[in-house]
Write a protein that binds this ligand. Structure first.
Ligand code: SF4
Length: 209
């Protein structure tokens, strides 16, 4: 039996109702119910995403979707319909007293990883695209971006094997992807995504045993 969109919808309904982390701001932010074999893993929503009701809804998203358009020719809608959007944490962590968004705490990351693990079990992604340092660290450990961006790396996430192509965070707060060597490494990573066989047909799901 192949994975159905309704199974993904059921998963998202349970995720939307999650209240495991008392310091996280609600609502939970989820993407579309796409039964895709490409899983994008962001860090955590900002303050705009809960109001707008979708991940990457603001400036970082505009940059991210521009990258995909350049690499694959996909519109924002195409990307949202073809790639499943996950995240290290699905709730807005709130602001730090000194400004900027609070980085999710280890217990919050551990809480939300249960949802990510379920998504691996449900979708069996062949290609994982972690976006930004925190997301990359969940799959590859804490490593400098120059060692991971521009590479396709085999991963095994809690028993699920997949290819991983890390991307930098498209936030305007970091210039990493706009200056060398980040610029060249980002282009290399996007070329790898475009050349990956599953990116050409991301919703052709495998059979579930
Ligand atoms: S961050 Fe994740 S685990 Fe925590 S409340 Fe939000 S959805 Fe639940």
């Amino acid at each position: 039996m192949s994975v159905s969109t309704s199974a993904v919808e059921q998963h998202l309904a349970a995720l939307r109702a999650c209240d495991r982390c008392p310091r996280m701001h609600k609502p939970v932010v989820v993407g579309r119910a796409v039964a895709s074999r490409v899983l994008l893993v962001g860090q955590a929503p900002g303050d705009k995403e809960p109001k707008l009701g979708r991940p990457f809804a603001w400036t970082a998203g505009r940059t991210l979707f521009k990258w995909f358009h350049g690499a694959l020719g996909w519109t924002e809608d195409d990307v949202r319909d073809r790639i499943y959007f996950a995240a290290v944490c699905r709730c807005f962590p709130g602001k730090r007293p000194g400004g900027g968004d609070r980085v999710p705490a280890p217990d919050e990351i551990a809480n939300c990883s249960g949802w990510l693990e379920r998504e691996f079990a449900l979708l069996r992604p062949a290609l994982v695209l972690p976006v930004g340092k925190l997301a990359i660290a969940q799959f590859l450990g804490e490593r400098p971006l120059v060692e991971t961006i521009g590479h396709q790396i085999s991963i095994n996430y809690r028993g699920h094997a997949a290819d991983c192509i890390p991307l930098p965070h498209p936030s305007g707060a970091s210039p990493w992807h706009r200056i060398e060597p980040g610029l060249t490494l980002l282009h290399r990573a996007l070329k790898l995504v475009a050349a990956h066989p599953v990116a050409k047909n991301p919703c052709n799901l495998p059979k579930v045993r």
